[in-house]
Write a protein that binds this ligand. Structure first.
Ligand SMILES: Cc1cc2nc3c(=O)[nH]c(=O)nc-3n(C[C@H](O)[C@H](O)[C@H](O)COP(=O)(O)OP(=O)(O)OC[C@H]3O[C@@H](n4cnc5c(N)ncnc54)[C@H](O)[C@@H]3O)c2cc1C
Length: 370
């Protein structure tokens, strides 16, 4: 009998297993693959705040690939603007991060690899069927967007988006800047993240057909198509991005990370929001209701504003994007933080004063402020 069973050895699961076993709980960690982190489903772009948390677990020299100072924003027609961020970001090697986090978890908790959890039931204690049966007092579903724990224990499910990404040779405009391409996704944007040595991760998040949008980006984008070496040394990854935080605590069961929809709704990035969850869990376990309250206190507004920005992407026309790119340099984004989309609200009053297009003003006000 374990105190806690953690299902899934990705970053959420490994970090949870580590912090809880360090607090003296008997923890079992189940991972369905021989080793987590393969295939890699991540662009590896995280903020310096997120890096700070990861560094508590793993030496950053092992996984740091590049530093990012800002972003180029491309309108659908290819017009672009370069904006330097106040908060910085880094690009990490997720394969190494996942592996190192898992090794750390294995040093303090009982880990089971190649053990797919098939079902979970509850009758005073949790019974975990992973080929053989295990029992625990608490269970944590850290088993990604298609969580078995969530299904078996009847948690609500988030919506899903799909993402596809190639890592290939690419002539970045600046190796210290990511590039975001609007108009090349049916719901969000496409991106390239320079990971050093002339390579970038170029990807798309989509509602319905990520592969269609990626092909369009690589073949037709006025700037990307001229700079990509798609045929050479290319690695292709795809995955699911959950959209929308669900109620992630039920009695002594908890979902964390992608299984709970702990992902920024306006970018699809999940590493920071799951890391914050683990930090708070470490503080409040076994009081799961308190953990939930603290998590929502710190990030509820960010989920809400993130959803509003997501909605705005779909409202803007090609002309709106062209216009925004034209005036962006005049807007003061200095307080914007990539993990805290509510920080963009500080720039809105000034931006609205600059806008000379009533229909665009209306869309921004309707989506972000009303
Ligand atoms: C293409 C793409 C690009 C992305 N880029 C970024 C980015 O740049 N920055 C960022 O912050 N985020 C990014 N994300 C999101 C980020 O990768 C996820 O938020 C993060 O991986 C979530 O971690 P997790 O531990 O919750 O889930 P996962 O990483 O999905 O880990 C779940 C683990 O559970 C295991 N598992 C699943 N089911 C079972 C089972 N039944 N039994 C046992 N084990 C099981 C899996 O094998 C896996 O190891 C990206 C996602 C995609 C798809």
């Amino acid at each position: 009998m374990f105190d806690v069973a953690v299902v899934g050895g990705g970053p959420s699961g490994s970090m949870c297993a580590t912090v809880l076993s360090e607090k003296g709980y008997r923890v079992a960690l189940f991972e369905e693959h021989q080793s987590p982190g393969f295939p890699m489903q991540c662009g590896g772009l995280i903020s310096e705040d997120c890096l700070k948390i990861l560094k508590k677990y793993v030496d950053a020299d092992k996984f740091l690939l590049n530093r990012i100072d800002g972003a180029y924003f491309f309108s659908p027609s290819g017009k672009h603007v370069k904006l330097k961020g106040k908060s910085k970001a880094v690009v990490i090697d997720r394969k190494i991060v996942d592996l190192e986090l898992f090794k750390l978890a294995a040093s303090t908790s009982k880990t089971f690899v190649k053990k797919r959890v098939r079902s979970v039931s509850f009758d005073e204690k949790f019974v975990i069927d992973a080929g053989e049966k295990f029992e625990s007092s608490y269970i944590i579903g850290a088993d990604g967007p298609h969580s078995v724990v969530a299904k078996c224990l009847s948690f609500n499910r988030p919506e899903f988006l799909s993402a596809i990404q190639v890592e290939c040779e690419f002539e970045s405009l600046d190796e210290g800047y990511v590039e975001l391409y609007f108009g090349y996704s049916d719901c969000m944007f496409a991106y390239s993240i320079p990971c050093g040595d002339g390579f970038s991760r170029i990807g798309v998040v989509s509602k319905n057909n990520a592969i269609f949008w990626l092909k369009k980006l690589l073949r037709e984008h006025p700037s990307v198509s001229k700079r990509v070496e798609f045929e050479k040394n290319c690695e292709l990854n795809c995955g699911t991005i959950p959209f929308g935080l669900i109620d992630f605590v039920k009695g002594k069961a908890l979902l964390i990370g992608d299984s709970a929809g702990m992902v920024k709704p306006y970018t699809g990035g999940g590493m920071y929001y799951l890391s914050v969850a683990v930090e708070l869990l470490a503080k409040h376990f076994p009081n799961l209701e308190e953990f939930k309250r603290k998590y929502l206190n710190s990030l509820r507004v960010e989920y809400e504003v993130g959803k509003r920005i997501f909605r705005l992407y779909g409202e803007l026309s090609k002309e709106d994007y062209d216009y925004l790119v034209k005036i962006a340099e005049k807007i003061d984004f200095s307080s914007f933080h990539m993990d805290k989309p509510s920080s963009i609200l500080n720039a809105i009053p000034h931006a609205l004063n600059l806008l000379k297009r009533p229909s665009l003003t209306l869309k921004i006000v309707k989506c972000l402020l009303s």
